[in-house]
Design a protein around this ligand. Structure first.
Ligand SMILES: [Zn+2]
Length: 346
């Protein structure tokens, strides 16, 4: 059977989400954006104390509650220390590849919401000056954010309202091409957030109830491995929508949905994974079943934290994860289709 999703809606919401910064824990901009989407869909969110939004839709069968999670947070940086010369030492939040961020435009966001631009560069910054400009390891300790403001000292930076702990997000450079290719930072996991919204839209427009009561969760702490550590107690099954990755030991391509059977922390629930595979077959999407060894998800985090759930995971497959990522639109559309098949249990 074929499921038709609103492809234009997925692409436009994904683009808007990607262009709205949300490094781990920074919910202030995406929360009102998601509220706007929820309002348009005619649904109302509830929140836990971690700012996770939940859209709960009553099921045909209310004896069981399942959760579909798509994390809103992305990897990013924070201001670790303002140096005497006005440069900013940084700390990673999440698994950055700093090579990918060198000379990238960065946004430093203050506690009161002011935004300053700058770029990330190495302390051995110029090939005409430093012997090790090309070879100094691109590690936190060797990298600095230089602000575009005319600052000469730490005092100048403090006057801008910038403090230790302020969040830093990279320019995503979202591009969607004629042939369906997407190249952008933060496809992980904004594409899945868009797929989740498209699933809610599909249910609403077709007047359908999910098979079981379903909570769509939008957490902000996945990239540090604990976005799923709290799950509302009524949830007995948690499916994380998250990226799949590409490599010599994986079968997936940028046109496939990756169904994760095991990650670095352990195996996903066998019955749930089998059901996901069966549904992928039934709706006729391209997919692969994968073991990811440097990877985990919020549903696995929920399981490991001791929540009494069965865990599953699938999502669009991306190249150069946690850098400037690539995929094809079809893998995102198919992620939405598999999500619909899962919640309707068809
Ligand atoms: Zn992710």
């Amino acid at each position: 059977m074929e499921i038709k999703v609103d492809e234009a809606y997925i692409m436009s919401s994904m683009k808007e989400l990607i262009n709205t910064p949300s490094p781990v824990g920074y919910f202030e901009e995406c929360e009102p954006l998601l509220e706007r989407y929820f309002k348009e869909l005619g649904v109302e969110a509830t929140y836990d104390n971690r700012h996770t939004a939940y859209i709960t839709l009553e099921g045909e069968d209310t004896s069981k509650t399942v959760c579909v999670g798509a994390h809103v947070d992305t990897i990013g940086l924070v201001v670790h220390h303002i140096e005497k010369d006005g440069s900013l030492k940084v700390k990673n939040i999440g698994g950055n590849n700093l090579h990918s961020l060198e000379h990238e435009k960065m946004y430093v966001i203050t506690q009161d919401g002011r935004k300053y631009t700058g770029y990330l560069t190495c302390v051995s910054h110029s090939v005409h000056v430093f012997d090790d400009a090309k070879t100094l390891p691109r590690e936190e300790v060797n990298m600095r954010v230089l602000l575009d403001e005319d600052v000469q000292s730490d005092e100048d930076v403090l006057k801008l309202g910038i403090m230790h702990g302020d969040v830093i997000s990279a320019e995503p450079h979202f591009e969607y091409m004629e042939n369906g290719r997407i190249r952008s930072r933060y496809i992980d996991d904004k594409a899945a957030v868009a797929a989740s919204l498209a699933t809610i839209k599909y249910l609403k427009e077709n007047n359908l109830k999910p098979k079981y009561t379903t909570m769509f969760a939008f957490p902000y702490y996945e990239e540090l491995g604990f976005g799923g550590s709290y799950v509302p107690k009524e949830v007995s099954e948690y499916v994380a929508l998250d990226i799949g990755v590409i490599g010599p030991e994986h079968r997936g391509t940028e046109k496939d949905v990756s169904i994760v059977s095991k990650d670095v922390k352990g195996p996903y629930d066998r019955v749930l994974t089998k059901r996901l595979v069966e549904k992928a077959e039934k709706i006729g999407i391209k997919y692969s079943v994968e073991v990811f060894n440097r990877y985990s998800t919020d549903s696995m985090a929920a399981f490991v934290a001791g929540n009494d759930i069965a865990a599953g995971a699938f999502g669009m497959t991306v190249y150069t994860s946690h850098g400037v990522e690539r995929t094809f639109d079809s893998s995102i559309f198919n992620t939405a289709k598999l999500t619909i098949a899962y919640v309707l249990d068809i």
